[in-house]
Design a protein around this ligand. Structure first.
Ligand code: HEC
Ligand code: HEC
Length: 257
């Protein structure tokens, strides 16, 4: 149920309470000479009014449509609620207050003036997604719930959709970090993520070294050796991998004797 910005303005405008609202942030700033938004901390403490952020900016920051938070209330449609049952509009309202408070703290902590201090906006955390999380956290959760293959599929989907934006870190390090947390307990899932990493970063020596480690956990020294050799081919300066390789070869030849 997508709705254009204009559509929602039209429907919201039917609400009696609405007439004043869009104008009020502007009214709050009318006394100020500059067009730049005035930080809330500069207002008297008694002022309860929190200026609404620009709604187009809010929607873009979360990567959502207006209808993510707003519904056409005149039809008696139910509110848009989060998985917890809490209305998204309520969450957003509290987020607006939180963002204002963060900016007041940042200004005080940095000792900078209102215009000098860097402002936190919705996008600072949200970066184009409704529930901002680090990619490594998302992937780890999926591995634990549904396994490495499902996580790899999710990674591909997210990469397809968000690559080149600021939403997620698609660098080699992020998958590597997630895989490293799984090496000991879930070596197969770790290998799935590391192979995925190699698909996008074919010269990731660290991925080969980590795969080698996973294979030692699986008591498969032959595969471990192959992967360590590959890691060293890509990064001959990895002394740790070299030591590991010699040790594994030693162990292997001794066990075959
Ligand atoms: C992330 C949630 C969110 C999104 C997305 C969002 N809004 Fe809002 N909007 C709010 C909140 C919160 C308020 C303040 C409501 C209040 O104080 O009762 C608000 C207020 C408004 C108001 C003032 C009237 C009112 O209901 O209080 C208008 C008009 C409005 N939004 C339009 C839009 C439009 C148009 C879009 C899409 C471009 C949009 N909004 C996207 C959360 C959102
Ligand atoms: C300091 C970081 C931070 C800032 C700034 C921030 N948010 Fe959030 N917001 C979060 C986090 C984290 C979540 C996810 C919470 C969860 O559900 O786990 C979230 C969740 C939300 C949700 C619920 C999304 C959903 O679909 O369930 C809304 C709505 C929202 N934020 C609106 C806003 C708006 C509007 C602003 C700007 C006025 C804003 N946030 C600024 C951190 C932030």
């Amino acid at each position: 149920m997508k709705r254009t910005a204009r559509g929602i303005f039209a429907s919201l405008a039917l609400l009696p309470s609405l007439a004043l609202l869009p104008a009020s942030p502007a009214a709050a700033q009318a006394a100020q000479p500059a067009a730049a938004p005035q930080p809330v901390a500069a207002q008297p403490a008694a002022a309860q009014h929190v200026p609404l952020p620009d709604m187009e900016m809010v929607a873009r920051a979360l990567g959502v449509e207006c209808s993510h938070c707003h519904v056409r209330r005149r039809n008696g449609e139910p509110e848009v609620v989060a998985t917890t049952g809490k209305p998204k509009l309520e969450i957003a309202k509290e987020m607006i207050v939180m963002t204002r408070d963060l900016n007041a703290t940042i200004q005080a902590a940095s000792g900078k003036s209102a215009t000098e201090a860097t402002r936190v906006e919705c996008i600072t955390c949200h970066r184009g997604v409704a529930i901002p999380k680090q990619l490594s956290e998302i992937i780890l959760r999926t591995v634990l719930d549904n396994g490495g293959a499902a996580a790899a599929e999710q990674y591909r989907e997210l990469r397809e959709r968000y690559y080149g934006r600021a939403s997620y870190d698609f660098s080699e390090a992020e998958l590597l970090r997630t895989a490293q947390r799984l090496l000991d307990r879930r070596p197969d899932d770790a290998i799935a993520l590391l192979e995925l990493n190699l698909e996008y970063n074919p010269s990731s020596a660290a991925s080969y070294a980590a795969i080698a480690y996973a294979f030692t956990r699986k008591r498969d020294p032959v595969s471990a050796i192959m992967n360590l050799e590959k890691a060293l081919e890509l990064n001959p300066n990895d002394g740790f991998a070299r030591g590991r390789l010699e040790q594994l070869k030693d162990d292997l030849s001794r066990s075959r004797r």
